[in-house]
Design a protein around this ligand. Structure first.
Ligand code: F6R
Length: 240
């Protein structure tokens, strides 16, 4: 794993942005794996800025998001469909049919998981998967205890994850209890992984990811087994 240490959140976002743009320019039909949450917001802002300055086009880019809540319609402000549209897609030249996000209101959720997994494999895998890090070591919504062999599946969200995400909702009761997520094995199939970590609250999780045992009890530890992981982390996430 390569670790790029940066000063703060803004530098993390700027570095991640140049990293992604470089990849987009190298590849003919880049496939990006995207995350939501607070961590990549600055990256998405920077990508929009670079697009506005005509330094990058997303015309040939396809995207696969990591996850979506079960039960939230696409236009629900807390859905990840809404997040991605507001924070990135509606501002850039990506083709609508190149965007993939699990459908959390599908009639048959098991079929939706299988279809989603198949679409990723049909795209010949994700070239670069962007990840944030959960306080309990989750990546995507793969909570502690998720088998390393998992593919796209339905999860019961941990109480700690629901609490952490309650900041986006009016109350914790409104945070869905289930989500669809790419599995750990799905994530590991990505050709390359870019993990972004910012802030002192993530320090313990990052330390465990870098130095702890590889264990299903700490899902992110699986990344130690991936051959191409780059971590961009700021000082407060890295230093005790
Ligand atoms: C979001 C996702 C999650 C987040 C993680 C960190 O699509 O898959 O794993 O990356 O919960 O969230 P933030 O960035 O809000 O701290």
């Amino acid at each position: 794993m390569e670790i790029i240490k940066v000063k703060d959140y803004d530098e993390m976002s700027a570095k991640a942005c140049s990293y992604i743009i470089e990849k987009i320019k190298q590849l003919q039909a880049p496939v990006l794996g995207l995350a939501t949450g607070s961590t990549p917001e600055g990256l998405y802002k920077s990508l929009i800025q670079q697009y506005n300055e005509q330094n990058v086009s997303f015309n040939d880019v396809s995207t696969f998001n990591l996850d979506e809540y079960v039960g939230l319609e696409n236009d629900d402000p807390n859905s990840y469909h809404f997040y991605m549209n507001e924070k990135l897609f509606k501002h850039i030249d990506i083709e609508q049919n190149h965007i993939h996000i699990p459908n959390g209101v599908a009639e048959n959720l098991d079929n939706e998981c299988q279809d989603y997994e198949q679409q990723i494999m049909d795209a010949e895998k994700v070239d670069i998967q962007i990840l944030g890090l959960g306080l309990n070591g989750h990546i995507g919504f793969n909570e502690p205890g998720t088998p390393f062999s998992s593919r796209t599946h339905i999860v019961d969200l941990d109480e700690s994850t629901r609490k952490a995400n309650a900041r986006f909702f009016d109350s914790i009761e409104e945070v869905p209890k289930k989500a669809i997520t790419m599995g750990l094995d799905t994530i590991m199939q990505s050709k390359e992984i870019l993990l972004l970590v910012s802030g002192a609250s993530k320090r313990e999780a990052l330390d465990r990811l870098l130095n702890g045992d590889i264990s299903e009890e700490f899902p992110a530890s699986i990344l130690q087994q991936h051959e191409h992981v780059t971590i961009i982390a700021d000082k407060s996430a890295l230093e005790g």
